[in-house]
Design a protein around this ligand. Structure first.
Ligand code: NAD
Ligand code: MG
Length: 328
């Protein structure tokens, strides 16, 4: 497994790409790939929610099955939970032998809810950002880092196709990280649930970093701009289902009980007295705990990855004076 930033779109030049779904990821992929000089059609239900948007953006919009028939690469960018039905109704009997079937999340293939035909390449390209950032970074001449993976390679070109697609999205301008369907799926689903837990379970720290730390800002920005409503509009249905059902198992009644205890320590003055004693003693615990944060493995991998994300480096040189003033 390797990291690659010099990939080009060559393996897809002159090939037809069908984008199924025109939501958060689908629209960004279609626009970026077209602007990268590739041949893109969009496959949608004619009266679906996004067909008009795709037409207004200048794409030919075909029925999903028709788009698949014409394509050398089919990107499945509908919500995860409609993909098995879409595969059965529009893809399985229409996709050309030796064509590539591409996903932006490995869930259906990894958990065998889709069993792809044996005569096609099956690949994954997952940008580590929401569609609007995939598009705006591309327009500025940059890119959002992408994971890529090969599940099935019948042509010997599967990896080249995945990397060319990621390059067409602009991802190669930032960072391409090779993974496999299992790693992408399990880390993405576990997502916001802990860097240490993932790394201790054997997943790559680069991938754990994106899921746990990097994506936190994307989520917090949505919350900051528009509360839960905006956040829930922009994350996938799969992410929402995990939030609704797994979140309460992590932050549960015991967590709330511990928060209540911490609040009581503040209210009683216990926290203030402890903090004053710590300060007067020369901050031994404060310094030790702070150093442990600074030495945490997430900081070492994070510094390497952040160096590749140009927009972050620019943000760091923007005026930050108010933030330098200590608060709280
Ligand atoms: P979305 O919900 O934003 O878009 C769904 C699109 O599919 C829309 O165009 C919708 O009209 C169409 N659609 C819905 N039902 C359909 C059906 N039955 N037949 C045909 N088209 C149908 O989806 P998204 O959030 O972009 O997710 C797409 C894929 O990308 C998923 O696999 C998801 O896990 C993955 N992904 C999403 C993000 C993200 O930030 N949203 C990031 C990485 C990967
Ligand atoms: Mg995720």
């Amino acid at each position: 497994m390797s990291t690659e930033t010099k990939a080009t779109t060559d393996a897809l030049k002159g090939k037809r790409i069908a984008i199924l779904g025109y939501g958060s990821q689908g629209r960004a992929h279609a626009l970026n790939l077209r602007d990268s000089g590739l041949d893109v059609v969009v496959g949608l239900r004619p009266n679906g929610a996004t067909a008009a948007t795709a037409k207004a953006d200048g794409f030919s919009v075909l029925e999903p099955g028709e788009a698949v028939k014409s394509a050398d690469l089919v990107a499945v960018l509908t919500p995860d939970m409609v993909q098995p039905e879409l595969y059965a109704s529009a893809i399985e009997n229409n996709i050309k032998p030796n064509a590539a079937l591409l996903f932006a999340h490995g869930l259906n293939v990894h958990f065998k809810m889709i069993a792809p035909r044996a005569d096609i390449d099956v690949i994954l390209v997952a940008p580590k950002g929401p569609g609007h950032l995939v598009r705006t970074e591309y327009e500025i001449g940059r890119g959002v880092p992408c994971l890529y993976a090969v599940y099935q390679d019948v042509t010997g070109q599967a990896k080249a196709k995945a990397m060319a697609y990621a390059a067409g999205l602009g991802g190669a301008r930032a960072l391409l990280i090779e993974t496999d369907f299992k790693e992408e799926t399990e880390t993405d689903l576990f997502g916001e649930q802990g860097f240490e837990t993932l790394v201790e379970a054997g997943y790559k720290p680069e991938i754990a970093y994106y899921e746990v730390l990097h994506e936190l800002k994307l989520i917090v920005d949505l919350l900051y701009q528009g509360g839960l409503t905006k956040m829930l509009t922009f994350i996938s249905e799969t992410a929402q289902y995990g939030d609704y059902t797994r979140g309460p198992r992590i932050v549960d009644a015991d967590t709330k009980q511990r928060m209540k205890k911490v609040l009581e320590e503040i209210q009683s003055g216990e926290f203030a007295r402890e903090w004053k004693a710590e300060y007067d003693a020369g901050l031994p615990n404060y310094k030790r705990l702070k150093q442990a944060d600074l030495d945490h493995p997430i900081e070492k991998i994070g510094a390497q990855l952040r160096a590749k994300m140009v927009w972050l480096n620019q943000a760091a040189t923007a005026p930050v004076a108010p933030a330098l003033k200590k608060v709280g």
